[in-house]
Design a protein around this ligand. Sequence first.
Ligand code: NAD
Ligand code: TDX
Length: 334
Amino acid sequence: MRLLVTGGAGFIGANFVHQTVTRRPGVQVTVLDKLTYAGNRASLASIADRIEFVHGDIADTALVDRLVGGVDAVVHFAAESHNDNSLADPWPFIQTNIVGTYSLLQAVRRHQVRYHHISTDEVYGDLALDDPTAFSEVTPYNPSSPYSASKASSDMLVRSWVRSFGVRATLSNCSNNYGPFQHVEKFIPRQITNLIDDVRPRLYGAGHQVRDWIHVDDHNSAVWEILDRGRIGQTYLIGADGERDNKSVVQFILEAFGRDRDDFDHVTDRPGHDLRYAIDSTLLRTELGWEPEYRDFRKGLDATIEWYRDNESWWRPQKDATERAYVSAGEKVL
Ligand code: NAD
Ligand code: TDX
């Protein structure tokens, strides 16, 4: 099988490529990645001789057409992925997440290539803290930020290309991922690398927001199940029953560093901050038999902390610029 992986130098895409090379050595992987601030070739360095890497933009229709014409399937991870950035400047989100997805859809349509679309639970908006239900495949879309609205738009394009043009596509909407190779702008790596630098973790607002954490390897094993046996046109929600509020996550990280549980700062809250995400992954589990391997969040978090301690050369070049960007966006200790 020849597989094109877009965004393979980013967090989830790079972990997907590692998992594929290890577990499915017969798959020929080509990565297409623009290497934005979030892409890092170092994430693929240890397997560079086992894959093909193409530096380019998913919105480059000629390049995409040529690459898609040479593969059996496309898995589309490439995106602008950070909510805070989408509030500062929405345009790259419109261009990459919507126009870029359109460019891929036209190519898979032309070449009749199987396509899997990676999306997020954020397209469903948020839940009250005491809501007994969770997001499922039939929850109405209700995105809050320019990021989640751009992802919702791209999902709608995929659904319409299936219905109107017969494109053989599946979709998955996953909850918050954690694990190695995640950019230091994101919540968990930011706090871990702050603590390595002896800087206090930074919690937006009161920190009552809840995220449904899943290890990135579990997300990617689910993607492979869907590629293998998913029904064309179907959306599958991916989640591993990992709901935690942000304050508890910061406190777990502080404990792992042997620090006092209250040794963190409350900072300016995110405008429009989604309160709670929660995933019901019954369809994926019952129809495709998928189960997560990482069931103990604290163990997964400890391993992630160890990875950031062991791989300082990977994240250090991004750290100062990332923190400066938060300051220029107006983040202040409350
Ligand atoms: P990331 O920001 O770490 O990586 C994105 C990658 O896409 C980078 O390598 C970047 O260089 C590349 N890219 C950006 N624009 C491009 C373009 N125009 N052409 C080619 N490459 C481009 O993101 P991530 O966290 O790995 O997210 C991957 C996908 O998973 C996204 O579609 C995101 O919406 C989705 N998702 C993420 C999470 C999460 O918790 N991180 C959860 C659910 C879904
Ligand atoms: O310093 C911080 N302090 C803080 O309290 C940062 C960076 C974040 N937060 C909060 C905001 C969120 O409630 O932590 C939570 C997680 O924040 P992010 O890591 O920015 O993730 P989130 O906004 O939930 O979105 C993530 O999950 C869904 C990914 O970035 C998206 O790409 C994915 O679609």
